[in-house]
Design a protein around this ligand. Structure first.
Ligand SMILES: Nc1ncnc2c1ncn2[C@@H]1O[C@H](COP(=O)(O)OP(=O)(O)OP(=O)(O)O)[C@@H](O)[C@H]1O
Length: 619
């Protein structure tokens, strides 16, 4: 299935890479930034931690900015040769003795280390917490969506948002924002201190920075474009791998392993080459930035050294100036990087919040009645018509009128595509009817709480889902509170006990991902046991179409018979053996009921059922 294709593509393709975002994108960037506002409700419960992180951030930045002052002072004091220096730097520690200066510097460094560690912990905590909350909220929201939602948004896409996008948000909330703020403080503070230390050199540095900004910006934009392309190529390779891994039996049956390995290698090679191109430009950018920064510093040092010689600048001032210049350059680099990451995360947040705001097409009743506990349920389909939202012009069901008495067993038969499964979907309220109504025990199902409605129905799909858990847990899914004995009793009733007992570890046997370890008939029996255990009063059974061998079929029939006891049952029947056990057969064709009656009646009538039966008997 190409779901994974979507997974891999979904996130990265639309999101720019973390390379510096440049002014041309600024407007769009600011627009997208507003998406991050949607995260505020998730931050609110942890307000105190956010404030603490901010305070620590301010403290850390202030300490860092104080360091060059102390350092400059130290130089002017002749590196601890004693005495104090006249005209120490602004805010300097000129009155402290030689060794004291080193102690002060060390204490400052220690303090800075502690503050940085505390800030890191506080910020990461908030990032992890917010992302975990966001993930859970989005997941819970997605679980409540109707199938219509999944028709347009594939599972792979949801997974990609829950993993990739959530991780991006985490990076930003948990580190980038703090890194960005720290760098911003560092940048502004550093620039201010540069100006205070030497206005002349400050003006010089500003001019040089403006000159160098343009080529760096141009290369940065190129890196960004290449990064996006590189991500797309990686996504291509993952998409292919995802599709092929999902289709392994077919690949191996056609002995296509080598060809598939080659195709993957080709795509990986393309992604490698694209990554190389990006890396080359990035390396060039790095070289340019380093050369620019170092060049500026050397140039400033050169000019500064002349000023020191001329006596217009002290040595300490020059030292402090160079340190501040380094700080400012580092901060500018980090800011550019963080900006790119914030852009990526705002796109990711947008996609996550979109899921969070998704409204289910199925509306909950505003004042549902309390659940009823009648022994058996009666169902009425009252002039039900329905068209799938994806094909509004085609009626999958057309004016269906059917009454099912409490405890009655009704088989739905008809050609493929007749609308049998659709009837089940409507009963479970996966979709709402387009016209008419469905009543259970006289109550329109739209008036019932969704939860009560679905809890009252045991559904055995044609291809039952077996979870990656033990046989015991798989059956217990029908009623999580059931005891082990109850599970075993349900398995016995569903004729599943014997084959489960033969599994290597009996009921504790892990049934494997996508249940590759079970046959079709075994899967059905597990699902039937699950339905029996659930104890719902209405059983919906979509019988497996795949041919089961005679023994499996007899066993599945045995399970079905047990499941039907005392329950109103609707079965989509594909085999004659099943229809012999029911009270009534309803024949559906092109979304309409065309015949009803017992098997004998219908055969006598010589209509569609008789033709279908004749076909099956001949084959
Ligand atoms: N999600 C959907 N969106 C649009 N059309 C759909 C959807 N699901 C089913 N249909 C269409 O509705 C019609 C009835 O489908 P349905 O699955 O109810 O048939 P069925 O009788 O159960 O067939 P089968 O016995 O092969 O399972 C078919 O024409 C099918 O193509």
């Amino acid at each position: 299935m190409p779901k994974t294709a979507n997974t891999a593509r979904g996130a990265p393709a639309a999101v720019p890479d973390g390379a510096p975002a440049m002014p041309a994108d600024a407007a769009a960037g600011v627009r997208r930034l507003s998406a991050l506002r949607g995260l505020l409700p998730f931050l609110r419960p942890y307000c105190s931690r956010v404030v603490l992180a901010f305070v620590l951030l301010c403290l850390g930045s202030a300490t860092l900015l104080a360091m060059p002052v102390v350092f400059g002072d130290l130089i002017d004091a002749g590196f601890g040769t004693g005495g104090t220096v006249e005209g120490a730097l602004p805010g300097g520690i000129g009155q402290i003795g030689g060794d004291g200066r080193f102690v002060a510097l060390f204490v400052l460094a220690l303090f800075w280390a502690v503050v940085v560690a505390a800030r890191y912990y506080a910020v990461s905590w908030v990032g992890e917490r917010v992302t975990a909350d966001l993930r859970c909220a989005v997941y819970a929201r997605v679980l409540g969506q109707s199938p219509q939602f999944f028709e347009t948004l594939q599972t792979g896409e949801v997974l990609s948002r829950l993993s990739g996008d959530a991780t991006l948000v985490q990076t930003v909330v948990g580190s980038s924002v703090s890194m960005g703020l720290r760098s911003l403080f560092q940048f502004i503070g550093g620039m201010a201190m540069l100006a205070v230390t030497s206005v002349h050199l400050f003006a010089l540095i500003c001019g040089l920075m403006a000159l160098l900004a343009l080529p760096i910006a141009a290369i940065g934009r190129r890196v960004r474009a290449l990064s996006r392309e590189s991500q797309d190529r990686i996504a291509d390779a993952s998409a292919l791998a995802g599709e092929i891994l999902n289709a392994m039996p077919t690949v191996q049956a056609f002995a296509q392993e080598e060809r598939e390995a080659r195709r993957f290698a080709e795509r990986t090679e393309t992604s490698f080459r694209t990554a190389l191109r990006r890396t080359r430009v990035r390396a060039l950018l790095a070289a340019l930035i380093i050369a620019a920064v170092m060049g500026t510093i050397v140039f400033v040092l050169w000019i500064g050294a002349r000023q020191v010689q001329a006596g217009t600048l002290s040595l300490g001032e020059l030292g402090a100036f160079v340190l501040y210049a380094g700080l400012v350059a580092g901060a500018a680099g980090t800011l550019a990087e963080v900006w790119g990451e914030v852009m990526r995360a705002s796109g990711a947040a947008e996609r996550l919040l979109e899921l969070l705001q998704a409204e289910s097409a199925i509306r909950e009743a505003s004042a549902p009645p309390p659940p009823r506990q009648a022994a058996q349920v009666g169902i009425v389909f009252d002039h039900v018509s329905f068209a799938y939202p994806a094909r509004p012009g085609v009626r999958a069901l057309d004016d269906i009128c059917l009454e099912v008495a409490p405890g009655e067993r009704v088989a739905l038969v008809g050609p493929s595509g007749a609308g049998k499964t659709t009837l089940f979907q409507l009963l479970l309220r996966f979709y709402d009817v387009s016209a008419g109504g469905i009543r259970i025990d006289g109550e329109d199902i739209r008036a019932l709480a969704l939860r009560d409605l679905r809890r009252g129905i045991a559904f055995v799909p044609q291809e039952p889902v077996i979870f990656s858990a033990s046989a015991l847990e798989n059956i217990r899914y029908g009623r999580p509170t059931a005891s082990d004995d109850e599970v075993v009793a349900a398995a016995q009733a569903a004729a599943a006990d014997a084959f489960i007992a033969r599994l290597p570890e009996g009921y504790a046997t892990f049934l494997g991902e996508r249940s590759t370890r079970l046959s079709g008939g075994q899967r059905q029996r597990i699902a039937i046991a699950r339905a029996i255990l659930g104890g719902a009063r209405l059983l919906l059974l979509d019988e497996a179409t795949s041919a089961l061998d005679a023994e499996s079929e007899a066993l599945v029939q045995q399970g079905l018979a047990a499941a039907m006891v005392g329950r109103t049952t609707l079965i989509i029947a594909h085999r004659l053996a099943t229809v012999q056990q029911v009270d009534r057969i309803v024949v559906i064709d092109h979304g309409r009921i065309v015949e009803t009656g017992t098997a004998a009646d219908l055969r006598r009538q010589g209509g569609l059922y008789a033709r279908l039966a004749a076909l099956q008997l001949e084959s």
